[in-house]
Ligand binder design. Structure first.
Ligand code: EPZ
Length: 425
């Protein structure tokens, strides 16, 4: 358990580098078991989810070590094809290992990933796509058991929804398929393009990532690959929302503004001055924000669902009413309900949240319900008067590397203390 202490009211000023992308490094670490090879990843953020994935790789028999911002994986010693419940429950997105283990071993057994704070997180699209490649996929006693009698067979797969995880799982499994696989209605997120770049360096004939059609046509694995992880667009968006909320001027370096243009548009509509280069963003926020145009979350390149909570936090004091529509997850407004404790004016009707800007927020005890909600609560607390104590069951450290350190360096009055579970009573 981590307890965050924030004394709001400070404006933020300065320059900060954006961390490597959580949602790029996790699938790439899974992809490293596709073939017996040595992988060196750089710009890897220090995150709880990365550490969990290192433990999964070691469980599978790989060598997996971190050194500074690098991770070194040697998958030549891989000796298992299963991920137990104890590890899957820590990181449900480890379902991305399914395609990679199946491709490498011809069989994969994973504990069924459960839902999470965002609602039910089904994997039906993943399993249907693997079946289309010829895998025998059964759900048995809480496990997913996948088998490929003989080789998988390349085919045309049309995803009913551009699921990020399902797209990634098919990309990995298709590397082992005989013949060409074409994935239609594929997710187009930048993290998928980064995964493709890694796979190409590993020896896969794969093209099309970033568009709705990805083609995989063969795999001649190399023995070693180096890769620098993409910059994290959601961590960048969260930092910018913090500066928009508090006022001040922030420069982000090692950023890719082209990957979060929709967020920049909303911040600009809210009254922030924004200047970008290909690898940096400068945001200046002076005076009271104004409510941006309605925010509707959609698959990429639409507005990213993961940036909805922090942008909402930045809009709590904006003049007017900001309307959010959450189309990706069924339960992604728990942060909105928590904002009321700070004095925010929030009303929720199904997938739509209405934020009527208030003149002032006042610090209060808060509880983080998930990763992005927790970060959004920090953003809101920074712009509230007085002290906020945020209880965080180690959600924020899953996706944000040194968030307290980065915000403090920009002038925030923030610190966090870690309590052992079952801490002092
Ligand atoms: C990835 O999750 C990200 N996680 C999420 O980020 C992100 O919010 C999401 O994509 C959408 O962009 C990682 O990359 C590790 P989906 P994923 O499959 O792959 C439904 C964060 O905070 N669906 O695109 O699980 C699903 O229920 C996290 O960094 C099915 O119905 O997302 C959801 O409503 C949160 N069946 C929608 O599709 C399936 O088989 C989007 O899911 C798969 C998904």
């Amino acid at each position: 358990m981590t307890i965050w202490h924030i004394n709001g009211g400070n404006t933020l000023h300065g320059s900060v580098a954006v961390q490597g992308a959580k949602n790029a490094v996790l699938p790439i670490m899974a992809a490293s078991v596709l073939a017996p090879c040595e992988t060196e990843l750089r710009n890897v953020p220090e995150l709880r989810d990365v550490n969990t994935t290192l433990r999964i790789l070691r469980h599978l028999g790989c060598t997996a070590e971190r050194g500074g911002d690098a991770v070194y994986i040697d998958s030549r010693g891989m000796s298992r094809n299963d991920i137990p419940h104890s590890l899957m429950r820590e990181l449900r997105s480890s379902v991305i290992f399914l395609g990679a283990i199946l491709a490498r071993c011809g069989e994969a057994r994973l504990s069924m990933p459960g839902g999470c704070e965002l609602g039910p997180r089904p994997v039906d699209l993943h399993l249907e796509a693997l079946r289309a490649l010829g895998a025998d996929v059964r759900e048995r006693g809480g496990d997913i058991v996948c088998r490929a009698e003989g080789a998988l067979t390349g085919t045309r797969i049309v995803l009913p929804f551009p699921s990020v995880g399902a797209t990634e799982n098919v990309m990995l499994a298709a590397c082992a398929a005989e013949g060409e696989t074409v994935v239609c209605n594929a997710a187009r997120e930048p993290e998928i393009v980064d995964l493709q770049r890694y796979l190409q360096n590993l020896g896969a004939a794969i093209t099309g990532a970033g568009t709705a059609t990805i083609t995989v046509g063969g795999f001649r694995p190399r023995r070693a690959v180096e890769h620098r992880i993409l910059s994290d667009r959601i961590a960048a968006a969260t930092l910018l929302c913090a500066c928009a909320a508090t006022g001040g001027e922030m420069e982000l370096t090692d950023a890719h503004p082209a990957h979060f243009l929709t967020v920049l548009d909303s911040l600009s509509e809210a009254g922030c001055d924004i200047m970008t280069t290909s690898s940096s963003v400068r945001l200046r926020s002076t005076g009271r924000l104004i409510a941006p145009k309605p925010v509707v979350t959609r698959p990429y390149p639409g507005f990213p669902t993961d940036a909805q909570p922090p942008l909402m936090a930045a809009c709590l004091k904006a003049r007017g009413t900001t309307v959010f529509t959450e189309n990706i997850f069924t339960n992604r407004y728990r942060h909105a309900e928590e904002f009321r404790r700070l004095g925010a004016n929030v009303s929720i009707e199904g997938r739509v949240a209405y934020i009527s800007g208030v003149e002032k927020l006042t610090g209060a005890p808060l509880t983080a319900s998930d990763l992005r909600a927790g970060a959004a609560m920090l953003v809101a607390a920074l712009s509230a008067e007085g002290h906020t104590e945020l209880l965080d069951d180690d959600y924020i450290c899953r996706g944000y590397d040194g968030f307290d350190r980065r915000l403090a360096a920009l002038g925030a009055d923030i610190r966090c203390e870690t309590q052992a579970k079952g801490g002092p009573v």
